[in-house]
Design a protein around this ligand. Structure first.
Ligand SMILES: Nc1ncnc2c1ncn2[C@@H]1O[C@H](COP(=O)(O)OP(=O)(O)OP(=O)(O)O)[C@@H](O)[C@H]1O
Ligand SMILES: [Mg+2]
Length: 448
């Protein structure tokens, strides 16, 4: 690279993580036809002489059974980047893109198959539930164990101990082995440990999803705090609101390739553009005291539509956020609201920039394109700001059990697939007085 020497020197001293040509390869086995369900006893029976090796393979998650086709699979390939001290980086990408694999390689939980990583400083990572803690040890013992792994002295850990316990809110279970913890309790303690033991680099995977909403908020606050103290944070999440609230820089992974690095706003827009279910809109600077700066739509699994807004506020305020769902030509379909129907859901904005994110549970929408307009409103007052006409998403459902059809907006039968209740069999000519009473005043209908 032709960078002036002084620049390079500065950069060199500041870089805390450098990945060069990083790759991670897995060998995956496709089981031969009619051998889909291979039980351990089958493997033993077939490979008596080779039992030890096969068992080891199974333990590693690679059942190598005679007849299997083995295939190389690159979960990460050609990944190059540098992260400087104090950078707060969001890592985004679709399921299976390689995000967790990257964090595992950086946390030295798994070895790269090629390339290398250099890391300066103590890394504390919070990856999937099950890593980092010893299941047989109690919460208290695990706190000390983790501190020791991070290279802290016993008195240093002791000083942090109360903070960790207070943050995790699991005081009652401190002396219970963590294998008895619920996944929520486990994550609470694991996060508290990782964030409070003063790592130089904090690596957090999507585990926050396990905690309840209040705890997630607390964790985001704590990560902001850690970042604010000049620590380096790497954060993987599907929650664009959280990523955008926390991270200035984002990495976009696609099929194991690091396809973009840049400002979180731009990268999340690129991510949205790459998936049919999402849309993003940036709104220019506004004179309004309460203004939507940008809005982001994302269609999640299980028919959830996530709306994320960046809002700038001149003063603290309680307000209503409405999301109006329309079909492609602008005919209204329905409206979701935070605070509009239920005052308990009013949004509390603090002064400055904030992110408002909420999920809307969609009905069985017909396949087609939809628009969402969003507006901010005062309770019983006037409109404050809105985003109109730009946020779009597409519904493309597959038929139930892969047969039948899904209602399509082009059929002109509306936007919502109404579910039919159980079929009522009424044999022709039967004396069903309840039915005849109910239908006596209605025009005769014939169901064939
Ligand atoms: N131990 C393993 N053996 C084989 N394949 C693996 C292993 N771990 C991960 N993979 C594969 O590597 C790819 C990347 O997985 P990874 O968990 O990094 O994705 P991700 O981006 O974290 O996805 P998600 O958003 O679903 O958490 C996936 O296709 C996954 O199936
Ligand atoms: Mg993952």
């Amino acid at each position: 690279m032709s960078r002036p020497l002084s620049d390079t020197k500065l950069l060199m001293s500041d870089v805390v993580i450098r990945a060069e040509n990083l790759g991670k390869k897995y060998i995956i086995g496709h089981q031969a036809e009619r051998e889909r369900y291979v039980a351990l006893r089958d493997v033993i029976a077939r490979n008596v002489g080779n039992f030890g090796r096969s068992l080891r393979d199974i333990v590693r998650g690679a059942a190598n059974v005679a007849g299997d086709e083995l295939e190389e699979f690159w979960a990460l390939k050609n990944v190059n980047f540098e992260i400087s001290r104090g950078d707060v980086v969001g890592i985004i990408g679709r399921n299976g893109a390689g995000k967790s694999t990257l964090l595992k390689v950086l946390s030295r939980i798994t070895e790269p198959s090629e390339g290398r990583v250099e890391i300066k400083g103590r890394v504390a990572s919070l990856l999937e539930v099950g890593t980092g803690f010893h299941p047989e040890l109690t919460g208290r013992e695990n706190i000390y164990l983790n501190g020791a792994i991070l290279g802290m002295r016993r008195d240093e850990i002791k000083r942090k101990f109360d903070e960790i316990v207070a943050f995790s809110e699991i005081e009652k279970f401190l002396d219970t082995p963590v294998k008895r913890y619920s996944s929520g309790m486990y994550v609470r303690l694991a996060f508290a440990v990782a964030a409070h033991l003063e790592p130089e680099i904090l690596v957090v995977d999507e585990v926050l999803a396990v905690g309840d909403a209040e705890f997630q908020k607390k964790c985001l606050g704590k990560m902001q705090d850690v970042a604010g103290h000049g620590r380096t944070v790497l954060f993987v999440s599907h929650n664009m609101g959280a990523v955008r609230a926390l991270c200035k820089t984002a990495f976009l992974l696609r099929n194991g390739r690091l396809v973009s690095i840049g400002d979180t706003m731009a990268i999340s827009a690129e991510y949205a553009a790459g998936s049919a279910g999402s849309s993003w809109q940036e709104v220019g600077p506004s004179e309004k005291p309460y203004a939507i700066r940008s809005a982001f739509l994302e269609l999640l699994p299980h028919d959830l539509l996530r709306v994320t807004l960046d809002v700038a506020s001149a003063a603290p305020k309680r307000l209503i956020v409405n999301a109006l769902l329309q079909d492609a030509v602008g005919a209204p379909v329905g409206m979701a609201s935070l605070g509009g129907y239920d005052p308990d859901q009013l949004v509390d904005l603090s002064e400055g920039e904030s992110v408002i994110a909420f999920d809307v549970r969609l009905p069985a929408l017909a396949n087609g394109r939809y628009r969402v307009d969003v507006n901010l409103e005062e309770p019983y007052g006037h409109f404050l700001d809105h985003v109109t006409g730009e946020l779009e998403f597409a519904v493309d459902r597959t038929p139930r059990n892969n047969h039948g059809r899904v209602l399509d907006v082009r059929w002109g039968a509306g936007c919502i697939e109404l579910a039919s209740a159980t079929q009522i069999a009424t044999p022709r000519g039967s004396d069903n007085s309840a039915l005849s009473q109910a239908t006596s005043s209605a025009p005769e209908t014939c169901i064939s």
